[in-house]
Design a protein. Structure first.
Length: 236
């Protein structure tokens, strides 16, 4: 037994911990994330049922507080009050890193504005996983996240990205992926595109090609799972 091992510092009172959780494979959770979830006073979760199952899997029992898009304002105030009382709050989303196309950014900004402490507990993120495995340039990229559901606004967003350098990264649902590829085939027909689906899960799949090619492939099959869509830069 190593008696010289430095003890881990305890969690700090009055701190909001933004804890990244697995996007599929439960082995991707970090040792630090598990410790924070075990030692915090309360877990603010996007979906308490989903996060409850995650905590149960790792043998962790903690009070759960519902925190999602449509109650962010009210819950943010409650979380700030808990932090002011010295509680240690861990915030998690259904999968991945809080604040990246998921709830979390609003309460983090509010906590910082109130002079409270915010600490990131980094880990899984679909954006990073897809980008590093895509084969596209990683030295410069622009993360767009989910585009607008409204056709006109969505098209303006895509057209406005024409002069943005580097790799463009989008998130898209299986219900709108065909529509996105149709738009990319029209606006960016010659740019290499990568589709990353079901990352870290059993049926993980990464496909590359021109937008029209990928569109044809997807039209021939059932579409399941959330997508990360990466659009390479213009060829020199």
């Amino acid at each position: 037994m190593d008696t010289n091992q430095t003890p881990l510092p305890p969690l700090r009172a009055g701190t909001l911990y933004l804890v990244a959780t697995p996007i599929g494979n439960l082995e991707d959770i970090t040792l630090r994330a598990l410790r924070v979830l075990k030692e915090c006073d309360v877990v603010a979760a996007e979906d308490t049922r989903h996060s409850g199952r995650l905590l149960e899997h790792f043998g962790i029992s903690k009070p759960l507080l519902s925190y999602f898009q449509f109650n962010e304002a009210r819950r943010s105030e409650e979380i700030l009050e808990r932090l002011r009382r010295g509680e240690k709050v861990a915030l998690v989303t259904d999968a991945g890193t809080p604040g990246i196309s998921d709830p979390g950014a609003r309460v983090a900004a509010a906590a910082l504005a109130a002079g409270l402490r915010v600490e990131a507990v980094p880990g899984p993120c679909a954006l990073v996983a897809a980008l590093t495995a895509s084969g596209l340039p990683t030295d410069e990229f622009h993360f767009v996240g989910f585009l607008s559901h409204k056709s006109g606004q969505r098209r303006r967003q895509l057209e406005g990205l024409r002069m943005v350098p580097g790799t463009l990264v989008f998130y898209e649902s299986p219900y709108r992926i065909i529509r996105l590829l149709e738009e990319l085939a029209e606006l960016y027909p010659a740019r290499r595109t990568v589709l990353a689906r079901e990352l870290t899960k059993k049926f993980e799949e990464i496909r590359a090609g021109l937008p029209a090619q990928l569109l044809g492939e997807l039209r021939e099959r059932a579409i399941k799972g959330e997508f990360v869509v990466l659009l390479g830069p213009e060829a020199a």
